[in-house]
Ligand binder design. Structure first.
Ligand code: EPU
Length: 417
C-alpha cells in the first residue's frame, strides 16, 4: 500500500491550481440518472470517489466515457435500479443515486451506507423526505427499497441541515408532480451548483443557497454540459499549509466567495490573505496566533477544514479551543498529532484544547479519513525530520495529485510503496 514520505521544514512558495470539487462533482454526476441523454462534465477531479460513482453508474447500465478531468455519462441505457453493497460500501455518497432512481424509474434499491470513521452518519432525513414525497420505503437485508409511481411535491423540514440530503431531495422534487419546499436546507456552494445544473436541464428550483428551496416539479429534464466548481476544501487545505510553513503562495482557479469562514479564521491567526476574482494569495511571515474554532453548517467554519486547522493550532502561540459540532468522532487525527509532539487534550468527545508547541517532530503516522490525512500532510510539512503517513488511500479519495502540487510549491514530499 502506498505511503507519503515528507521531510519537513521547507516554506511553501509559488503557485498552485485548484481542482474541481469532489463534493460538487458527486451529486452532479448522480443527477445524470435523471436524464435520458448524454451529459458532459468538465473540470472533473481525478479521484477515487469519482471512479467509484462512475463504476456505480456503469453498473446501473449508464454509458460512461472518462478521460483526464472529463466525464461523459449517458443515462439513456440505465436498466438496473439496484445499487449494490460492494459499490456503495466504498463511498457513502453513493446514497445520492437513491432519489434520482426513484424520480426517474419509480423504484430504487440501494444498499444502506454503514457508519464511517468520523461518525454514524445516518440517512434518516433522506428517507423521511422521500417518504414525504409519496415514496414507500422499506429497509430489508441491508438495502433501502423505495417505490413511487410518481413522486408528489410536498413540504419537507430537515431537523438539521444535511448536504447530501438536500441534494438528494432537490433531485427527487425536480421530477415530482407539483411543488416542494425544502426548509432548513443546507446552503453549501455545492447545493447551489447542483441547483444551477438542474435548472439548466429544465428544472424549476428557486432559493438554493438559502434555507428555503422551492422546487416546481417538471416532467422531464434534458442533457446539458456541466463544469464542476473549484474545490473549496482543497483551497483551504493549501491556505493552511502555506500559513503553517511560513510560506507565500498564490492559489489559482479557486472561488474566494465560497470560503469566507476559512479566510476569516486564517486572517485572525495573523496570516495575510489577499483575495482576487479567482485566486488567493497567502503570505505568512509572523508567528501564528491561536484562534478558537467551532465547525458549523455553511456559511460557518466547515467541518472538512477542522483537522487541517487543528494542525495549524498545534504550532500557534497560545491555546485554541476547537469544537466539532457536525460529526461525533472527528478528532481521530488528534491522536496522530500527539505522536508528533502536539499538545492536545479532548474533553467531552467534541471539544479539543490545543496548546501550541514550538515544533512538531516527524513520526510514522496513520491517516484515518480524508481530511485527517490532509492534516497529517501539513504536520509533516512543518515537522523536524521525515514523516511517513500510511493509509493514504483515504487521501486519494479526495485530493487530486496532492504530493505533486506540494512538490511544485517546494515541499520535499513523495509517494512511496
Ligand atoms: N445527518 C443525520 N441524518 C441524515 C443526514 C445527516 O442525522 O439523514 C447528520 C449527520 O450524521 C451529521 C449532520 O447531519 O451529523 C450533517 O451531515 P450531512 O448530511 O450534511 O453530511 P453528508 O451530506 O453526509 C457532506 C460531505 C462531507 C461533509 C459534510 C458536512 C459530500 C459527499 N460529503 O456529507 O464531506 O463533511 O457534508 O459538511 O458532500 C469530506 O469531503 O471529507 C466529507 C466528509
Amino acid at each position: 500500500m502506498d505511503k507519503i514520505k515528507i521531510t519537513g521544514g521547507r516554506q511553501l512558495c509559488g503557485e498552485v491550481d485548484i481542482s474541481g470539487a469532489k463534493n460538487a462533482a458527486l451529486p452532479l454526476i448522480a443527477s445524470s440518472i435523471l436524464v435520458k441523454g448524454k451529459i458532459c462534465f468538465t473540470n472533473v477531479p481525478d479521484l477515487m470517489d469519482i471512479t467509484s460513482i462512475r463504476l456505480l453508474l456503469e453498473d446501473l447500465g449508464a454509458t460512461c466515457k472518462a478521460s483526464k478531468n472529463y466525464l461523459e455519462v449517458d443515462g439513456s441505457s440505465i436498466n438496473k435500479i439496484e445499487a449494490e453493497y460492494d459499490l456503495v460500501r466504498k463511498m457513502r455518497a453513493s446514497i445520492l443515486v437513491l432519489c434520482p432512481l426513484v424520480a426517474r424509474f419509480g423504484h430504487a434499491k440501494v444498499s444502506l451506507p454503514g457508519g464511517c470513521a468520523i461518525g454514524a452518519r445516518p440517512v434518516n432525513m433522506h428517507l423521511a423526505g422521500l417518504e414525504a414525497l409519496g415514496a414507500s420505503i422499506k429497509i430489508d437485508h441491508g438495502y433501502i427499497e423505495a417505490k413511487a409511481s410518481r413522486l408528489i411535491g410536498n413540504d419537507i423540514y430537515f431537523d438539521m441541515p444535511t448536504v447530501t440530503g438536500t441534494e438528494n431531495l432537490m433531485m427527487a422534487a425536480s421530477l415530482a408532480k407539483g411543488t416542494s419546499v425544502l426548509r432548513n436546507a443546507a446552503r453549501e456552494p455545492e447545493i447551489v451548483a447542483l441547483a444551477d445544473a438542474l435548472n439548466k436541464m429544465g428544472a424549476k428550483i428557486k432559493g438554493a443557497g438559502t434555507t428555503i428551496i422551492t422546487i416546481e416539479g417538471v416532467k422531464t429534464l434534458s442533457p446539458v454540459d456541466i463544469k464542476i466548481i473549484p474545490d473549496r476544501i482543497e483551497t483551504g487545505t493549501f491556505m493552511v499549509a502555506a500559513a503553517a510553513t511560513g510560506g507565500d503562495i498564490l492559489i489559482k482557479g479557486c472561488e474566494p466567495d465560497h470560503i469566507g469562514g476559512i479566510i476569516n479564521k486564517l486572517k485572525s491567526t495573523g496570516t495575510i490573505v489577499k483575495s482576487f476574482t479567482d485566486s488567493i494569495r497567502i503570505i505568512s511571515n509572523k508567528p501564528i496566533k491561536s484562534v478558537d474554532i467551532k465547525t458549523l453548517p455553511y456559511p460557518g467554519f466547515p467541518t472538512d477544514m477542522q483537522a487541517q486547522f487543528m494542525t495549524l493550532m498545534t504550532i500557534a502561540n497560545g491555546n485554541s479551543v476547537i469544537h466539532e459540532s457536525i460529526f461525533e468522532n472527528r478528532f481521530i487525527h488528534a491522536n496522530e498529532l500527539l505522536r508528533m509532539g502536539a499538545n492536545i487534550s479532548i474533553s467531552s468527545g467534541n471539544v479539543a484544547m490545543v496548546r501550541g508547541v514550538k515544533k512538531l517532530q516527524a513520526a510514522q503516522v496513520m491517516a484515518s479519513d480524508l481530511r485527517a490525512s490532509a492534516s497529517l500532510v501539513i504536520a509533516g510539512l512543518v515537522a523536524d525530520g521525515t514523516t511517513i503517513i500510511s493509509r493514504i488511500y483515504h487521501m486519494d479519495r479526495g485530493y487530486e495529485a496532492i504530493e505533486k502540487k506540494f512538490s511544485l510549491l517546494g515541499a520535499k514530499i513523495e509517494r512511496i510503496s
